[in-house]
Design a protein around this ligand. Structure first.
Ligand SMILES: [Zn+2]
Length: 197
């Protein structure tokens, strides 16, 4: 169509979530028509984010500071940790403003079938956070799937002996990557409807 550079750009753009070949071509064309205004600032932002953004050593959130902005925010309720599968879930809960405590990002769920064990997830760091501070409750905001339930029970068994109450958000709420599609009211209701496990 216009040389290997354009094809390469379109193929990279097409690998992004929500981008098919058609939207990748449109995005590439839009940038190529104004490289100074659209393309170079984007390239610089990509390079800067790739250099600066890292997972928080405490909670697993992505931030350009470590510990992340949430972990160092003294105005947050440090007695409650909300455990989520991915950073996308954390972002959705933050945008909705429904959780004022801290977070912990697991990086997935336990899945015996897919060969995902406790050592593959960010579980050790979670267990070390409990005795350190004044954590009284851990809220599990995990998917309502078999793997989500397996993970919730495993975490509950490990956390309860440490003296914290363990709760799980309302069942039937699609956590784990699907949080983004929920409106804020549904998210708030799901958090309010948490139960002990
Ligand atoms: Zn953090």
């Amino acid at each position: 169509m216009g040389g290997p550079e354009i094809e390469h750009l379109i193929s990279l753009l097409g690998k992004l979530p929500g981008m098919g070949p058609r939207s990748a071509r449109r995005a590439a064309l839009r940038m190529l028509q104004a490289p100074e205004a659209r393309m170079l600032p984007l390239a610089a932002a990509l390079a800067e984010a790739a250099r600066a953004v890292k997972p928080c050593a405490d909670c697993g959130n992505l931030d350009s500071r470590d510990p992340c902005s949430i972990c160092v925010d003294r105005s947050r309720d440090r007695s409650v940790i909300c455990v989520v599968e991915g950073v996308g879930d954390l972002w959705a809960l933050e945008r909705a403003g429904v959780h004022r405590g801290l977070y912990h990002v697991l990086g997935g769920t336990l899945s015996p079938l897919a060969g995902v064990g406790p050592e593959d997830l960010n579980i050790g760091a979670l267990l070390t956070r409990i005795p350190e501070g004044a954590v009284t409750e851990v809220i599990l905001a995990l998917s309502a799937t078999v793997d989500g339930a397996t993970t919730a029970h495993y975490l509950s068994d490990r956390l309860r002996p440490l003296g914290v109450s363990v709760t799980r958000v309302g069942q039937g709420v699609p956590m784990g990557g699907a949080l983004d599609v929920l409106d804020d009211g549904t998210l708030a209701a799901a958090l309010r409807a948490r139960r002990s496990i």
